[in-house]
Structure formats: structure tokens, C-alpha cells
Design a protein around this ligand. Structure first.
Ligand code: ZN
Length: 172
């Protein structure tokens, strides 16, 4: 396993639509292993492949709070089958939008169909944080970030802040 670099906003790659993969083979498993290690290293609970610069429809997640009992989840070619009309609000952050947080409304339940780490077709009924996390990560596959749900003013303030940070880093 290897830790990969997480790309951050503003970056055109994050706006790219990811492509489905043909199946789960050694390459996809290696990518998922790397993504998981990268996510744990950055203290995140979810990561989409495009966040490490790979435009494939692959997501890893672990929402377990117990450090000693890891519960990694892998979603390959995920498709949302059903969404609840009822909404839930969570304060969201994103490894690609560092140190920024905002309350976002999303359907409180969803059903997702996907291939697992071994390429087996699965259907998961998710609610609570898991449902929010799946929808946040699936947005990444469409080139959407959580800040896109905010007002234009708020979003541009965040992007400005992040751009400033980047330019300072480049000068060093
Ligand atoms: Zn994210």
C-alpha cells in the first residue's frame, strides 16, 4: 500500500466526471488499498478515486469511530437506486476542501448498488452518516463538491481562501 497525494480545490481534475471500471481486478484492488491508506492517514471517513487524481468510479469509506476496529467499505461503480424525500443535515467537510465545513441537506436514506472489493454485486440500504457520506462521495464522481450547495458568495470566499493558501505554498 502507498499513500497518494490528495488533490485540493481549486483543481480542474476535481470537476471531471469519473468513468465506470470494467470490473474489479488487481489494479482496482491496489488502487482501493492505496486510497484507504491515504484516507486513514488524512483522518478522513471517505475518499473518491478522483481525489487522488484517478477518474474512476471507485470510493472507499470507513465511518466507524473506533480506531481499533476498522470497518473499511469499498464501492465500485456505485449507483443510487432510491433516495428518501426526507432530508437530513450534517456538517460536512472534505479532504479536497481542507479546513472548511458547512451544514448540507441531503436525502436521509438511500439505496446504493455497487461492486465490492471482490467484484461482487451488492445492494446497501444506508441511513444516517453512512447515507450522507455515500452521497458526498458519489458527488465527487460527477465532479461536484459539497461547497457547490452553498451560496455563490460563500463558495467563492472558500475557493479564494484555498487559492491563497496554495500560492503561499508555491512561493516557499
Ligand atoms: Zn469530499
Amino acid at each position: 500500500m502507498a499513500i497518494r497525494t490528495i488533490i485540493t480545490e481549486p483543481n480542474k481534475l476535481l470537476r471531471q466526471i469519473s468513468k465506470p471500471v470494467n470490473g474489479v481486478g488487481k489494479d482496482e484492488q491496489k488502487l482501493m488499498d492505496d486510497m484507504l491508506e491515504t484516507m486513514y492517514d488524512a483522518n478522513g471517513i471517505g475518499l473518491a478515486a478522483i481525489q487522488v487524481g484517478v477518474p474512476k468510479r471507485i470510493i472507499v469509506m470507513d465511518i466507524s469511530k473506533d480506531e481499533t476496529k476498522k470497518e473499511p467499505r469499498y464501492f465500485v461503480n456505485p449507483v443510487i437506486k432510491n433516495k428518501d424525500t426526507e432530508k437530513a443535515t450534517y456538517e460536512e467537510g472534505c479532504l479536497s476542501v481542507p479546513n472548511q465545513f458547512a451544514e448540507i441537506d441531503r436525502p436521509c436514506k438511500c439505496e446504493v448498488e455497487y461492486l465490492d472489493y471482490h467484484g461482487e454485486k451488492k445492494l446497501l440500504k444506508a441511513d444516517g452518516l453512512l447515507a450522507t457520506c455515500i452521497q458526498h462521495e458519489m458527488d465527487h464522481l460527477e465532479g461536484i463538491l459539497f461547497i457547490d450547495y452553498l451560496s455563490k458568495l460563500k463558495r467563492s470566499m472558500i475557493i479564494k481562501k484555498l487559492s491563497k493558501k496554495k500560492s503561499t505554498a508555491a512561493v516557499l
